[in-house]
Design a protein around this ligand. Structure first.
Ligand code: SF4
Length: 331
C-alpha cells in the first residue's frame, strides 16, 4: 500500500493538541531505522504483554472482537471480559444472530453500549455479504459498522499479518516524541503525519510485531501524562528523552446534567436495566434508583430526553401506559 492510498483512509478530523509539530524532513536514515527496529524487536521478544487475543496463529474473530472492545475500554478490563463474551458468542455467526438485548447484556462492564450494537451489525454484514469470512483488506474493513482507520488496519495487520501501517494513540504519541524534541506532554503531531511516519517506518514483513511492540512501549513507558524515560528501551534513540514535563490538560467539554456527563447517565440507566430481574423498570423506579446512587435528583424532563436518545439508539424500548412509562432493554 502506498502513501496516496493511505491518505485516502485517514480520518481527516485531527485531534492534535496545539502546538503541532511540523514534520517536514525525512523521518530517519536507513541506519537509524535499522537500529530502531532492532531495539524494538529485541525488547518485544523478552517483554511483550501476554494478551488473550495475541497469538502466532490469530483467530480473526477474536482480533475483531478485541479491537472493537478496546476502542474505549482499558486493556485489563477487556482481557477479563473477552472470555465470557466468547463463551456466549463463540462464533461470528452466533454474534450475528444476537438480539439487541442479548448483546447489551453481554456487553456489561465495557461501556459505550452503542459499540455492542455496531459490533453485532458488523458481524451480520460479514455473514450476509462475505460468507462469514472477516475481510482482510483495509478498504473493505473500513466500510463495516464500528470500524475506523485504526481498527481496519489493526485487523489487517494483527489477524492477517498484512504489512500495513497502524496508528493508535500510543503509536502517535511515541512518533511525536521520538522524532521531535517535545517538552510538553500534550504536544503531538497530527494524525495525518502519524500515518505518513508509520508508512515510512514500516519494517519489511514485520509490521504486526512492530506495531504491537510500539503499543506495549507506549502503554508501559511513553504514557500520556508523564513518560518513564529512565526505563524506556527507546531512550537512546528518542529526541524527547527526559525533556517532557507534565502540564494540565483542559478537559474536553461535554454536556452535563447536575454536573454529571450525559453519557454517564445513559450508562447508569442501561446498567440498572441489566441488573433488574426482567430487564425492565418503570420510570419512577429508575428516578429513585438514580437518586439513591448519586444522591442528586435527575430532572424528569432530562430523564425523558435521555430515554428518548436510548430508544433512538435501539438500546431500550419505551411502553407508555396511562400510569407509567415502562423502560425495557430492547429485544
Ligand atoms: S524515551 Fe521517553 S519520551 Fe522517548 S519514547 Fe521513551 S518514554 Fe517516550
Amino acid at each position: 500500500m502506498f502513501l496516496h492510498q493511505i491518505s485516502q483512509i485517514i480520518v481527516t478530523k485531527t485531534t492534535a493538541i496545539m502546538p503541532m509539530i511540523n514534520m517536514k524532513k525525512n523521518v530517519l536514515s536507513r541506519h537509524r531505522r535499522y537500529s530502531l527496529h532492532k531495539t524494538v524487536f529485541d525488547w518485544f521478544t523478552h517483554n511483550q504483554k501476554k494478551l488473550p487475543w495475541r497469538s502466532e496463529t490469530p483467530d480473526p474473530y477474536i482480533v475483531l472482537l478485541s479491537e472493537i472492545m478496546l476502542q474505549q475500554t482499558q486493556t485489563s478490563r477487556i482481557a477479563e471480559k473477552l472470555p465470557h463474551f466468547l463463551h456466549q458468542f463463540p462464533t461470528l455467526q452466533s454474534l450475528a444472530q444476537a438480539s439487541n438485548k442479548q448483546i447489551i447484556l453481554a456487553w456489561q462492564g465495557m461501556g459505550y453500549n452503542n459499540r455492542a450494537l455496531r459490533l453485532r451489525d458488523c458481524a451480520k454484514i460479514i455473514v450476509e455479504n462475505y460468507h462469514g469470512v472477516i475481510p482482510d483488506d483495509v478498504e473493505t474493513l473500513r466500510t463495516l459498522p464500528g470500524i475506523g482507520a485504526y481498527t481496519a488496519s489493526a485487523i489487517a495487520s494483527f489477524a492477517y499479518f498484512h504489512n500495513v501501517p497502524v496508528v493508535d494513540v500510543n503509536i502517535r504519541r511515541i512518533f511525536s516524541r521520538l522524532l521531535h524534541k517535545v517538552t510538553n506532554n500534550h504536544d503531538t503531531i497530527s494524525e495525518k503525519e502519524s500515518w505518513e511516519i508509520a508508512m515510512k517506518l514500516l519494517p519489511d514483513n514485520q509490521g504486526h510485531i512492530w506495531h504491537q511492540a510500539l503499543m506495549d512501549i507506549g502503554s508501559l513507558f511513553c504514557t500520556a501524562r508523564l513518560p518513564r524515560c529512565l526505563e524506556c528501551p527507546l531512550s537512546s534513540d528518542c529526541q524527547s528523552a527526559f525533556t517532557i514535563i507534565e502540564s494540565k490538560k483542559t478537559a474536553k467539554p461535554e454536556p452535563l446534567h447536575r454536573s454529571v456527563p450525559h453519557r454517564i447517565w445513559r450508562g447508569k440507566i442501561i446498567e440498572l436495566l441489566r441488573k433488574s430481574p426482567n430487564h425492565s423498570e418503570d420510570e419512577k423506579t429508575i428516578l429513585h434508583a438514580l437518586f439513591q446512587e448519586n444522591q442528586t435528583n435527575i430532572d424528569i424532563d432530562f430523564l425523558h430526553f435521555i430515554l428518548q436518545k436510548l430508544e433512538l439508539n435501539n438500546l431500550i424500548e419505551l411502553n407508555k401506559s396511562p400510569h407509567a412509562i415502562i423502560v425495557s432493554l430492547k429485544e
